[in-house]
Design a protein around this ligand. Structure first.
Ligand code: HEM
Ligand code: NAG
Ligand code: NAG
Ligand code: NAG
Ligand code: NAG
Ligand code: NAG
Ligand code: NAG
Ligand code: NAG
Length: 374
């Protein structure tokens, strides 16, 4: 027993000493938080950046933002957009960033609209970031690749399953199969074959509608733990739209994505030579229009398998496209509150500050702000 207590003390002490500044504090007990927080460098969260002044198409794979291969220790994760921005230096190349850096990078590099950039970034930051240091890792704690393969990645940052990352991804396998964030060649080949069949060789919203359905059916048939409820429900549809807007050169902007260019983004985290970002910012309204097309091809309501394959059951409690405010309300009141049941002090302050930032883009959409912490 004494040995066990000593061991526990050691584990706790080394956890605390080694606690990475970019790792989320979600789900930690009060006792552990009280030990970790004093070791962290407190940062006051600055307000989110505003929209771009110049939203025209322009060269973004420019000499100031060259693609560079990963260095040992650089972190990448499940999002090809953020991975690419890091590999071109729009984000810190080590893959650890503040929310403001992410908003600036997605706006500058891809012309994502300010409302969407702020909403997605702060949603991800609240569940996967460190609210005390104001840092978020775009992947797991330890590097995925490098000259000397590191110890197995410890899950963290955007790789964390079921709060933001989720099932039925386009080119990433479900967490149930073990690796939820790496590029998966089998899935990419399926995407290529769907693009050949429905897009004359390109990925577009028509292909997106068919492939989204295929990925859902595949997970229903193979993943007993398949979950497709809010917030994953919304991000899955949005991610089917993003490539048609953000990965297509802004001088063309016709929604048709060449598959070599697609592989560059999804696998190699690289923009093609001479790449121009899209012409005019694309925010919540543009992506919602695309989601409408993808959803209409095969309308699937939120639900989950019940611990066995082929047991997909609708979940009437999940937010869906009929009520966007419920996406926000449940995210705040259920997801964030679930991760931080009883925050105090600086953690509580920064949670509330970031919750205010999250709500900003919705303030004009008729949604009411909810204060989960009173
Ligand atoms: C604004 C901040 C952003 C955050 C926090 C974010 C986060 C994420 C996360 C966590 C995933 C994994 C979800 C999953 O499949 O399980 C993801 C997927 C994805 N993201 Fe992002 N993302 C952001 C911006 C972007 C941008 C600007 C683009 C495009 C330029 C993009 C394109 C995609 C695509 C295409 C996927 C699907 C990948 C796949 O399933 O193969 N994201 N993102
Ligand atoms: C946009 O212009 C305003 C006024 O000139 C300036 O204060 C702001 O910093 C600019 N924003 C960006 C993102 O450059
Ligand atoms: C790639 O995805 C397929 C289909 O989900 C899965 O069977 C396979 O195990 C994955 N491969 C790797 C290397 O994760
Ligand atoms: C996708 O490509 C196919 C083949 O060119 C075309 O018939 C379809 O209209 C395209 N869909 C969109 C939304 O561009
Ligand atoms: C972007 O759109 C504007 C307005 O439609 C047009 O004048 C301009 O030529 C476009 N830019 C590029 C690079 O295609
Ligand atoms: C990845 O992209 C970079 C920059 O375009 C290129 O130099 C490199 O050869 C690419 N790697 C692969 C495996 O395609
Ligand atoms: C959200 O949670 C707060 C605090 O627990 C509660 O007062 C409020 O009624 C909840 N709102 C909704 C819409 O569930
Ligand atoms: C929840 C879960 O299964 N997450 C997985 C995500 O991918 C990493 C790296 O392969 C696994 O270690 C995790 O178990």
């Amino acid at each position: 027993m004494a040995r066990f207590a000593a061991l526990l003390g050691f584990v706790l002490a080394s956890t605390v000493l080694a606690f990475p500044a970019h790792e989320s504090l979600a789900g930690l007990s009060r006792e552990v938080l009280d030990q970790i927080i004093p070791t962290l460098k407190l940062a006051k969260p600055p307000p989110p950046p505003g929209p771009l002044n110049d939203t025209s198409a322009k060269l973004v794979n420019d000499p100031a933002h060259p693609w560079l291969p990963l260095r040992h220790g650089d972190i990448r994760g499940p999002c090809p957009g953020l991975n690419t921005l890091a590999s071109h230096g729009y984000l810190p190349r080590n893959g650890i960033a503040t929310p403001a850096q992410i908003v600036n990078a997605v706006q500058e590099g891809f012309n994502m609209g300010n409302d969407l950039a702020v909403f997605v970034t702060y949603a991800a930051f609240l569940v996967d970031g460190n609210l005390v240091t104001n840092l978020l890792s775009i992947g797991s704690k330890t590097p995925l690749t490098g000259p000397n393969p590191p110890a197995p990645a410890i899950v963290g940052g955007l790789d964390t399953h079921a709060v933001f990352e989720g099932d039925a991804s386009t080119t990433r396998a479900d967490a149930f199969f073990g690796d939820n964030h790496s590029f998966n060649e089998t899935l990419f080949q399926e995407l290529v074959s769907f693009s050949n069949k429905f897009g004359a060789g390109n990925y577009n919203l028509t292909v997106g509608g068919q492939f989204r359905f295929q990925r859902i059916q595949d997970s229903i048939a193979t993943n007993p733990q398949f979950s497709f409820i809010s917030p994953r429900y919304f991000t899955a549809y949005a991610e089917s739209v993003f490539p048609t807007i953000f990965f297509v050169d802004g001088r063309v902007a016709n929604g048709q994505l060449n598959m070599d260019v697609a592989r560059g983004f999804f696998q190699n985290m690289s923009m093609p030579a001479g790449f121009f970002r899209t012409n005019a910012s694309a925010g919540l309204a543009a992506v919602a229009a695309g989601i409408g097309e993808v959803f209409a091809a095969h309308p699937i309501e939120p639900g989950a398998n019940q611990g066995a394959i082929n047991t997909f059951t609708l979940d009437p409690n999940s937010a869906d496209f009929s009520d966007i405010c419920k996406l926000y309300t449940d995210f705040v009141n259920i997801t964030v509150k679930g991760l931080y049941p009883n925050p105090t002090g600086v953690l509580l302050n920064n949670l509330n500050t970031n919750l205010n930032f999250l709500f900003q883009p919705l303030a004009n959409d008729g949604c009411t702000q909810v204060p989960p912490f009173g």
